[in-house]
Every structure is written in C-alpha cells, then in structure tokens.
Design a protein around this ligand. Structure first.
Ligand code: C5P
Length: 389
C-alpha cells in the first residue's frame, strides 16, 4: 500500500483536504495528516483522523518518541509528501528552509518527493515574492500543482484555487506511476494563437490563450505520454514533462508539426490564423497606411497532417464555432480528414476563460459534454485518447 504524508496549510481551501483524504483512502492509499496551526482554524484534527483512520499530528510535541527523532521518522515513512493547500506563507518557509513548526520541520527533514498544491488569493499568487518562492521550490525538485482559475472565496477571480480533490488524486497517482496508460506514446499537441506579421512591430492575431491546449498537453503527460507541444505566442507556463516548441506564425507551426513527426496521435488545439500578409521589411509609417492588406491563405495544418503519409493513428481537431456548433464540426471532421473533432461554442467568454462546453464528434456520432473547467475537459479527452490508442 502506498503511503502519503499530507500537510494541510491554513487556508480556506483546507476543507478540500477532507475530501482528498477520503478519495485517497478509497483508492487504497494510506494517509497521515499534519495540520499547521492555521489549518486547525479551518478543519479539525478529529475530522481528518476519522477520514484518514490515522493519528493526526499538529505540533512537534505530539510526537510521542521525540527522543527517537519522531519528526524525522514521520517525514520519511511516507512514499510522498503532499502539501495541500500550500499557503503563500508555507511556500515561503519551504523555499527559505525555515523549520519553525511541525509541518515545516517535516518538510525540511524529508528525503521523499514533495508535491505542493498552492491555493491563495490571486494577488498573493501573482506577487513577485510568491513567484520567486515557487520558482525556487521547482528548482529544488518540488512538484508544484498549478492552482485552478475561477471565482475565489475572497470574492476575486483568477488563478489561486486549489484544484478539485479528484484532480489532486490524479497527480498523486501519476507520481506513484499508476494511470500511465500512455507510456511509450508520442503525442503532438498544437496550442495558442498564431501571430501573422504585418511589419516588424505589428501583427494579426486572435484571442486564443492556449489554456485548453496546454491543459491537454499536461493531461497527456500525466498519463505517461511523451508530449511535444507546438505553441503560438502565449504566456502560459510549460506543463511539467512536456517538450515545448515555440512558434509565431502558422507557417512556422506547420514546419514544427512536420518536424515533430512521427507521433501516435496529434491533437490540434491551436487557433491557427487563416491568413497571412506579405510583411513589410521596415516599420510602416503612420501617415503611410496601406489602403489594403493582401491576405493569403495559410496552410491548413490539420488537413495536411490528416492527408500525410506520416499521419498519426489518431488525429483530433478542434472547432471553435459561434453558431451551429455541432453541424459545422461534423462537416469539418470529414472535410479535414480528422478522426475526432472537439467542437466548442466560443460565442461566450470561452476564449481566455477557465471553462469550456464541448461536443465530441466522432465517426460514431456526437457526445455532448457538460460545461466544465478546461483542465477537466483535458483529462477526460486524454483518457479517451488513451483508450483509443
Ligand atoms: O477551419 P478551422 O480553423 O475552424 O479548423 C479548426 C481546426 O483546424 C483546429 O483543430 C485547428 O488547430 C486546425 N487548423 C489548422 N491549420 C489551420 C487552420 C486550422 O491546423 N490553418
């Protein structure tokens, strides 16, 4: 039986730790919990003791055999240390190597892999101090589970929410090497917009944030796939375990896709610009606006790949539509030679937003998926891909 030591930090998201413990137990993972002083204001040791069916530790002085270095033992008998929620304060202490309570002492003393799931107010998450601490922890080998984006308990909106307990369990299972359904597979993912230059400083672009494509790349990597992510210009961080190739234009993306073959599957999520213009070599002057922009078609990367002799076994396209979503997607599947089309209605705030409502169009028909966060769409799609390969 796998064992985790769960360190619960003092944030409102601590309530999710309870469900996480329950899911771990259901999955046959043994859990010992440590609560910081702050965490005890949000959940009680009694709750976690009942759910984990284990003693819960809150202070260094709980350890009965401190003479026998109880804190060292507790930090090492688990296979994995999970910090959830990891507050800004806890991350800062971890990054600095401060050990002034049981949780931080265990984190400094452990010789086991550490996974931290930060959760905090969006401004705290984006503060340069937290950015520095997270970067430090990553380079120290700590696995950081990116927080979800959405409405927060404090009334603000943005990244900083603790991922759902089921998602945390997925990360733990991945770490334990379970769920590696895609190991040995190479999967190509395109994501983000393209920038089509008009002159050296101006370009034509679209509103794609790359979020859905990056989440799919992350979900595939979590299932053990070797993932090449060809990305247009976006600010999203590269998911762990993913090889990223940055491109700017559709033509560069087409070349990068061809260079990344062979692949077992290709998931084309990028919002590729349909046209490019012959870019001026020098910056166009303000008073000399060209009266027309001569647009030329970009290569259709998805269609070319589907028709290529190196066609991956499974080719999945996306179809962003603002009307007759399924109808257009069904036609697009045949037109472009894709096996599946993931159709989404982008008439709302999908582009750049956290949630997505999609329909999966395959040769067998159409499946309507309920509205869900983009990373859940990604996980569900990754599992479908794993079963299809
Ligand atoms: O034709 P449309 O742009 O709606 O098709 C969307 C699908 O085709 C997406 O999977 C997108 O990544 C892909 N595509 C492409 N190359 C293009 C245009 C779209 O690969 N030039």
């Amino acid at each position: 039986m796998k064992r985790i030591l769960l360190i619960v930090g003092g944030g409102i998201a601590a309530y999710k730790a309870c469900e996480f413990v329950r899911l771990c137990r259901k999955a046959g993972i043994s859990v010992k919990c440590v609560l910081t002083e702050g965490a005890q204001h949000f959940v009680t040791p009694m709750t976690l003791a009942a759910l984990s069916e284990n003693q819960v530790y809150t202070t260094l002085w709980d350890l009965k055999d401190e003479t026998e270095m109880g804190h060292i033992q507790l930090s090492r008998e688990a296979d994995l240390v999970v910090v959830a929620p990891a507050t800004a304060d806890l991350l800062a202490k971890m990054a600095a190597g401060i050990a002034d309570d049981l949780a931080t002492t265990l984190l400094l003393a452990t010789d086991k892999p550490v996974m931290a799931a930060p959760a905090m107010n969006v401004r705290m998450w984006q503060h340069p101090a937290t950015r520095r601490n997270v970067a430090q922890l990553r380079s120290d080998g700590v696995t950081i589970i990116e927080p979800d984006e959405g409405p927060m308990a404090c009334g603000e909106y943005g990244p900083g929410r603790l991922p759902e307990p089921a998602a945390l369990l997925d990360h733990v299972q991945t770490c334990f090497g379970v769920n590696q359904m895609l190991s040995g597979r190479h999967i190509l993912v395109t994501a983000g917009p393209t920038h089509e230059p008009i002159d050296p400083v101006r370009y034509i672009a679209n509103r794609s944030s790359g979020k859905q494509g990056f989440a799919i790349a992350a979900a595939l990597a979590q299932l053990g796939a070797r993932v090449t992510l060809v990305s247009g210009p976006v600010t999203a961080p590269t998911p762990s375990g993913v090889t990223r190739v940055d491109v700017e234009t559709a033509r560069e993306m087409a070349n990068a896709v061809a260079a990344a073959l062979p692949a077992d599957a290709a998931i084309m999520v990028a919002a590729v610009g349909d046209w490019h213009v012959e870019a001026a070599e020098q910056k166009l002057k303000k008073g000399e606006a060209p009266s027309t922009l001569q647009l030329s078609e970009n290569p259709d990367i998805l269609a070319l790949l589907s028709a290529s002799p190196h066609r991956p076994r499974l080719v999945v396209g996306f179809a962003a539509e603002t009307e007759k979503v399924v109808e257009h997607a069904t036609a697009k599947r045949l037109l472009k030679g894709a096996d599946w089309i993931v159709a989404n209605d982008v008439s709302g705030d999908v582009m750049g937003g956290a949630d997505n409502t999609v329909h999966l169009v395959t040769a067998d028909g159409v499946e309507d998926w309920e509205k869900m966060p983009k990373d859940r769409v990604a996980r569900r799609l990754a599992e479908r891909i794993a079963h299809a390969l």
